[in-house]
Design a binder for this molecule. Structure first.
Ligand code: IMP
Length: 424
């Protein structure tokens, strides 16, 4: 299950609904830059790093593709425990071969952003990008190193040899090897009970025919290869990453479900062809409570962009979609859907890769009739006004994928199921 726009598609609620019928829930990329809000009864859980399966006590795995900030993980565990959740090694497993996010990554993330001026990415400031840089640079400290002092010492030396010149250049204070070692030694025994070779556990689950839900974070248009580079996150967010980021073969991926908001939002910088900076955009933001879970930033809002989603459907091999927040469109007299882009004299049916082209494309819209009825809280197809059904059908046609589920409020049960994603 992956986001098919720029994130914040309302994945949390859908994951929760799907996790109810899964045996295992796996995160396979990203880190605590993600934010999934789940409302269960009167309790609102905000997950950043923890797989959403913990809300229901399902076996929840942080796969090797995730970058793990051990301090953030412990804080989050403490926070959700206070809300009544049980987080034990029977529920939570952290892959031994996942790379760590360290305080020095957070420093670097913030310092670079502060200096970037117009080139700012608008990151979440969690250090996720710099942590992935160290991972592919082969100098990361990994979860399995935490309890191994000799390995840690050598790795810290290598890591600081890279970071110290950078820190000096950015005017940051020195990190001493002793200080970092002591910090990691302090956190190690608290993380270690959760650590396992996660791929082995998954192998057993696959062989045993258990239902595995792969929970994507961020979204296809934030993918480091396929997204609006360089205004992206630093991991592969596409469905194919589920296999590499957890250690199962691609066949275990099964059905690919894309989460799509009934309009479009984006946090952070970067191109956004169907963005509305006028009153209509404000109205979408206010009605949809469009503020980031992690950073509280106001999200940019715009009309549904069928070109983008069609591209995500292709890139991630999406087989069905969940259309979320349909109720936010209640009361709009007319709606617009972006069906193509203009680039100079050219008409494009895809988003080109170049940064200048992405910034220069302008949307081609078709107008579609809105509805005055309330869809909020609808739980069956019959409850939807004819114009809303028409809107959904048009989206399906334009993106080339069928709608499996429609969500109509933040409430866990306000979902219309058209096709069961577990049955494909
Ligand atoms: P980073 O992942 O913190 O490096 O941020 C890079 C870009 O991804 C920024 O535009 C962020 O706003 C965006 N981003 C990261 N995580 C999320 C998320 O969970 N939802 C939406 N946008 C995100």
């Amino acid at each position: 299950m992956i986001g098919a726009q720029w994130g914040d598609e309302g994945k949390g609620k859908v994951i929760d609904w799907l996790a109810d019928r899964a045996d295992v829930v796996v995160r396979f990329q990203g880190g605590n830059n993600a934010g999934h809000t789940i409302v269960v009864g009167k309790t609102t859980y905000k997950f950043s790093l923890l797989p959403s399966g913990v809300a229901q006590g399902k076996l929840s795995i942080l796969g090797n593709g995730v970058v793990i900030d051990p301090w953030a993980l412990l804080d989050e565990i403490a926070r959700v425990r206070k809300q009544g959740l049980t987080i034990t090694p029977e529920v939570l497993v952290v892959a031994d071969n996942a790379a760590l996010v360290l305080p020095l990554h957070r420093d670097l993330d913030s310092a670079r952003e502060a200096r970037a001026g117009a080139g700012k990415i608008g990151t979440t400031g969690r250090g996720v990008g710099p942590a992935y840089e160290d991972k592919v640079g082969r100098r990361a400290i990994r979860v399995c190193d935490l309890g191994d002092e000799a390995a840690l010492k050598a790795k810290i030396e290598r890591l600081l040899a890279h970071h110290e010149p950078l820190r000096r250049g950015l005017g940051l204070t020195e990190v001493t090897p002793e200080g970092l070692l002591a910090d990691l030694a302090d956190v190690a025994p608290k993380i270690e009970p959760f650590v396992q070779p996660a791929w082995r556990l998954l192998r057993k689950a696959v062989k045993g025919g258990r239902r595995i839900l792969f929970e994507g974070a961020q979204a296809t248009m934030l993918d480091v290869d396929h997204g609006t580079y360089p205004f992206v996150t630093s991991s592969n967010t596409v469905a194919g990453q589920a296999a590499a980021g957890s250690g199962v073969g691609p066949a275990a991926g099964g059905y690919v479900l894309g989460i799509v908001k009934a309009y479009t939002t984006r946090v952070g910088e970067g191109p956004f062809p169907s963005e509305l900076t006028d009153k209509t955009g404000e109205r979408l933001g206010t009605r949809g409570h469009e503020f980031g879970t992690v950073t509280g930033r106001k999200r940019r809002c715009g009309w549904f962009d069928a070109v983008l989603v069609r591209q995500s459907v292709a890139i991630s091999g999406i087989q069905g979609i969940v259309l979320t927040k349909l109720d936010v469109l209640d009361g709009f007299e007319t709606l617009k859907i972006c069906t193509g882009y203009k680039l100079g004299d050219e008409i494009l049916d895809y988003l080109p890769a170049g940064v200048r082209q992405q910034a220069a494309v302008t949307p081609i819209y078709e107008e579609i009739e809105g509805w005055s009825e309330i869809t909020r809280g609808a739980r069956s197809w019959r409850e939807l006004p004819a114009a809303a059904v028409k809107y959904i059908r048009r989206i399906e046609y334009l993106i080339g994928a069928q709608v499996s589920l429609v969500t109509t409020s933040p409430d866990r049960d306000d979902i219309i199921m058209i096709r069961d994603p577990y049955r494909g």
